[in-house]
Design a protein around this ligand. Structure first.
Ligand SMILES: [Mn+2]
Length: 628
């Protein structure tokens, strides 16, 4: 407004000027008027951007589902405004791209021969290549394997602070430090309030004073919380959470590496709704070469009725929406973020859970049933070393996992608990201990029934993992029709080992009882291992592999008429065959030969007749309407 007054004054004073000066001044006036109008419009836009809430919601374009339950409570973090920014640290990114050397860019690495002895020793105590890890820099560079659209994503500038909790027991030095280091290195500094490494009574000497000393000198935000005695994962996580003062708790495993810009995408959904729990995508760090790679491009977490963790496909609408966060029924367990407020509203973990086992179900069920939600976040990626084997004994006594499962089932699963007990009848006689507090919490928080969770959140679970399993097509020993002294044997082999043909035996080392399950695979009776055919060329061996229930290379059909065991559904698919001379088991082109005829102890003719109509496809109502 003042600007316009100045213009008025100018106009008055021009009367006394010459003609040429007059023209020049008129031109100046026009210029100033235009500038004033542009500036005015700019201020109007800026002011409305700060004060108008509606404007903000339109600008940030968060999917409607996220906004449905925006937190308005006081006492939890509330973003100052919803302005979005680019959180990438481009300086760091370009510095990292230039790095070369062992393990850099997440490339597979190997140790020189001279290190063979050290490699062996550290392998045995860790279940991974600790000697190699020691040669890889703590701040090694990682490949950016996120969905390509993640590079363009903006997140709100006003994000909550974070306390990272990392429980460990006898973790290797460099993998533990790399976990903490990658967090500090790849997170915006102001968001990391503290990192707690929770020592579950480790016995390795360097994890005591040496660790404290190192952290004190090099990583002041990181400190160690020590448990007096070996207490297990659940207690350790709770101990770290109790110390935490940040707005959000981020739980990580002790041999992980956070990848580029991992934190803001995990925090934004929590900032917008404190009852949202977020999980990063978990990448694979190879236990032998430390190669960093994706395991896949995501799935929804679930379980079967023996409480094995399972995964369900991403829904079509979420697939279209990639890489936006998508809802997931159950967390994988070790890596997630939750607002401190919501964590404690839910009572943390049930403190009656012992050591480990069932805790991811407990937290997942109660967060969903008690008014929260959980999403997997494709743009947040964290690598995890999947050990080759577990090097430490369990501190627990008896079937503590069964007891944990019983607690979770009794408190949260209502009439669905019996489906667990039907598969593990001994759970009926396990004493779950005092669960009155957990039940009181459920009542106090007015949590929904498990049936709601099954119908609305895990609605496609029972299509793949039915509460009552259909009968198998066939079951028992699988013997060549020409020699009933021989049996197919899985010999308790590990993944990718081949199956053999061996003398039938009840010896505990042999594994000769198989199930032609309704999933159309052939599964070992005693464990989740299936017949798998990676290659179908003649004489290809049949290998053992974890059952994936997806048909394909694990699909086998018993043909009653010809007594053949045929792999796959195609006409040219091969049949199970063996060499009596070599005692080898393999597949070959289906034909009428004695070595392709197999007897199975028990056939279910009614089920075999239903083969073509049996489909284990995932169906279900894809509806997100609010619960009733
Ligand atoms: Mn782990």
């Amino acid at each position: 407004m003042q600007l316009l007054c100045v213009l008025e004054e100018l106009q008055i004073s021009i009367m006394s000027f010459s003609r040429r000066q007059l023209l020049r001044l008129l031109r100046l006036r026009n210029l100033l008027t235009i500038t004033a109008i542009v500036m005015l419009l700019y201020f109007i836009k800026l002011l409305s951007g700060v004060y108008s809430e509606n404007e903000n919601i339109e600008v940030i374009q968060v999917p409607e589902r996220i906004f449905r339950r925006v937190n308005v409570d006081t006492g939890s973090f509330v973003p100052a405004n919803l302005k979005k920014i680019d959180w990438h640290d481009y300086n760091l990114i370009s510095k990292e791209r230039k790095r070369v050397g062992i393990g850099e860019q997440g490339k597979p690495a190997t140790l020189p021969k001279s290190e063979a002895e050290k490699e062996k020793t550290l392998y045995a105590v860790n279940g991974f290549n600790g000697a190699l890890s020691d040669l890889i820099p703590l701040n090694r560079s990682l490949p950016d394997i996120r969905h390509s659209k993640c590079q363009e994503k903006r997140y709100i500038a006003s994000l909550p602070t974070v306390s990272v909790v990392v429980p460990f027991h006898n973790e290797h030095w460099s993998t533990l430090l790399r976990t903490a280091f990658s967090v500090l290195y790849r997170s915006p500094e102001k968001l990391i309030k503290e990192i707690f490494l929770v020592d579950d009574a480790s016995t390795k000497e360097f994890l005591k004073h040496e660790l404290d000393d190192y952290l004190g000198r090099h990583m002041p935000k990181v400190s160690v919380v020590r448990l007096k005695e070996r207490s297990g994962l659940i207690t350790a996580r709770l101990a770290g959470a109790k110390e935490a003062t940040g707005d959000v708790l981020v739980f990580l495993d002790s041999h992980t590496e956070a990848n580029v810009n991992w934190l803001p995408p995990l925090l934004e959904p929590i900032a917008l709704n404190y009852r949202t729990v977020t999980c990063p995508f978990i990448d694979v760090i190879a236990y032998d070469t430390f190669e960093y790679r994706a395991q896949d491009e995501g799935a929804r977490g679930a379980f079967d009725w023996e409480f094995f963790y399972k995964r369900l496909p991403i829904l079509p609408q979420d697939e279209k929406n990639m890489p936006e966060p998508f809802e997931s029924p159950v967390m994988a367990g070790g890596l997630f973020a939750i607002s401190r407020k919501f964590f404690w509203e839910l009572g943390g973990y049930d403190p009656g859970l012992d050591i480990w086992g069932g805790e991811q179900y407990e937290l997942s069920f109660k967060l969903w049933q008690c008014g929260g939600r959980m999403v997997d976040v494709p743009c947040a990626r964290v690598g995890h070393i999947y050990r080759k084997f577990a090097p430490f004994p369990n501190p627990g006594h008896g079937d503590f996992v069964g007891r944990n499962y019983r607690r979770v089932a009794e408190v949260w699963m209502d009439e669905y608990a019996k489906f667990l007990y039907q598969r593990r009848p001994h759970y009926n006689s396990i004493d779950p201990g005092d669960i009155s507090e957990q039940k009181a919490l459920r009542k106090r928080l007015n949590c929904k029934p498990f049936k709601w969770f099954m119908k609305k959140i895990a609605f496609d679970l029972t299509a793949k993992y039915p509460t009552i399993e259909p009968e198998p097509f066939a079951e028992g020993r699988i013997r060549p029709a020409m020699n009933n002294k021989l049996c197919v044997d899985a010999h308790r082999g590990v993944q990718n080992e081949r199956l053999y043909i061996k003398p039938c035996s009840a010896n505990p080392d042999s594994e000769q009882h198989f199930i032609f399950s309704w999933h159309k695979d052939i599964k070992s009776k005693s464990r989740n291992m299936c017949w798998d055919l990676p290659e179908s060329a003649p004489r290809s061996p049949v290998l053992l592999y974890a059952c994936h229930l997806g048909g394909g290379n694990q699909l086998w059909r018993y043909l009653e008429d010809t007594m053949q065991i045929k792999h796959g559904d195609a006409a040219e698919s091969p049949c199970l065959d063996y060499s009596p001379e070599l005692g080898e088991l393999f597949v070959s082109r289906c034909r009428a030969v004695a070595t392709q005829r197999w007897a199975v102890d028990k056939l279910d003719r009614a089920m075999l007749a239903r083969w073509d109509t049996m489909r284990s496809v995932v169906t279900g109502p894809l509806d997100y309407s609010e619960e009733t």
